[in-house]
Ligand binder design. Structure first.
Ligand SMILES: Cc1ncc(COP(=O)(O)O)c(C=O)c1O
Length: 392
């Protein structure tokens, strides 16, 4: 028999970082120590109390039946408690919270619950790829809004064409923003909520990075409203739990109900011992403070080195990324390729690979590269040395 992909799968581009990975593997094979700022995955151990809670959870759930589809009552109460402490928001654990297998799964699946073929989903460029792929798999139409320095990396919502807004069902927002590092100012939140209400659009807020901040404490959309809002949270970056796969959605109970109905048809919940680990993680803020300080030290070191070389760069306000403007006279792919030269051997991601072209053909990622602040501080120091020796 022949094996062929579905039209939707075939229409997707290959893995954007494959070329970087190939180059990195080549350098490593040649015995060169590559400093990998490409992948946004924390490389330090998950804090011990979280791992211990997970280990104890394996025994506590010795009879490992299917977990709850929506998360254990204990987890949902802990999530509600955390939201109360962190954002001053009161959530009903039964009707307003549902656990997810990390934010990615939830982001990808949301359109399956809300859109029909031909409906429009509005999303950022640059932006997290599952906003787009989830929409396409659900048969929706993607319309990107651009994030660039000129608009402070905030969407110009009012400039979206009326014809598009009439068909739009979901608006994705992501602050603190990956990859630009921008934290939305307080006045942005009510404006975006009012825009969505006026146009009858669900506001989907990806808040995966609210805990990694350097300037002001990021706000949640739920501090400003609940009707028509669904928030996506993640334990991945806050607690170095990317490999555990756990997060949650919360907000308007009508949206949470639809999401739960969808999920009972897709998966069978988050393993109980992973939920136990998340309960422990949400009960402690000191490891999160440590993580913020470690990211900030790396951020400051790199920014200072870049500036001393005359490179143009704004420090991110939050997230684990630096969105660096490449020097005049070069483009992002060229600059990233230059950094991969054997004498430098630093891997970053060209911005145009993680952004999509807008309707006018421009690519808002062009002219930027993304540095993920994931290597340990000694490697960041080494990167600064190599940059200094490279001369730009
Ligand atoms: C903007 C954004 N949202 C969500 C996620 C995914 O988080 P999780 O690990 O919970 O799936 C990421 C991961 O890099 C991200 O960058």
């Amino acid at each position: 028999m022949s094996v062929r992909p579905s039209r939707r799968l075939a229409s997707l581009p290959g893995y954007a970082f494959a070329e970087v990975d190939r180059k990195v593997a080549e350098l490593k094979a040649a015995g060169i120590r590559v400093l990998d700022f490409g992948v946004g995955d924390p490389q330090y151990p998950t804090p011990p109390p979280i791992r211990q809670a997970c280990q104890a959870g394996v025994d506590a759930h010795a009879a490992a039946g299917y977990p709850s589809y929506v998360g254990s009552r204990r987890l949902r109460e802990r999530v509600a408690d955390w939201n109360r402490r962190r954002f001053g928001v009161t959530l009903d654990p039964d009707s307003e919270i549902c656990s997810t297998i990390g934010a990615k799964e939830a982001v990808f699946h949301l359109p399956f619950a809300l859109i029909d073929p031909g409906d429009v989903v509005l999303l950022p460029s640059p932006g997290y790829p599952p906003y787009r792929t989830g929409t396409l798999f659900a048969g929706g139409e993607v319309v990107h809004y651009g994030l660039d320095r000129a608009n402070g990396f905030l969407p110009d919502l009012e400039s979206l064409p009326k014809g598009i807004l009439e068909r739009a069902r979901i608006l994705w927002l992501n602050y603190p923003n990956s990859p630009t590092g921008r934290i939305a100012p307080a006045e942005f939140f009510p404006r975006a909520i009012e825009f969505c209400r006026r146009n009858d659009i669900v506001l989907a807020s990806d808040e995966a990075y609210t805990e990694i901040w350097f300037t002001e404490r990021p706000r949640s959309f739920l501090e400003f409203g609940r009707e028509g809002i669904l928030v996506f949270q993640s334990m991945s970056k806050r607690s170095a739990m990317t490999g555990y796969r756990i997060g949650w959605v919360c907000g308007d109970s009508r949206l949470v109900t639809l999401f739960k109905k969808l999920k009972t048809n897709i998966d069978s919940g988050v393993p109980d011992f992973v939920q136990d680990a998340a309960v422990a993680a949400l009960g402690d803020e000191s490891h999160v403070e440590d993580a913020r300080m470690a990211y900030q030290a790396k951020r400051d070191m790199l920014i200072q080195a870049m500036r001393s070389l005359g490179l143009s760069v704004e420090p991110p306000e939050g997230t684990i990324y630096i969105w660096q403007q490449v020097p005049d006279g070069t483009d992002d792919v060229e600059f990233a390729t230059r950094l991969l030269a054997p004498g430098i051997a630093i891997a970053v991601v060209p911005g145009s690979w993680i952004a999509r072209p807008l309707a006018d053909g421009t690519n808002p990622g062009k002219g930027y590269v993304r540095w993920a602040l994931c290597p340990p501080i000694e490697e960041v120091e080494e990167a600064c040395r190599r940059l200094g020796a490279a001369r730009f």
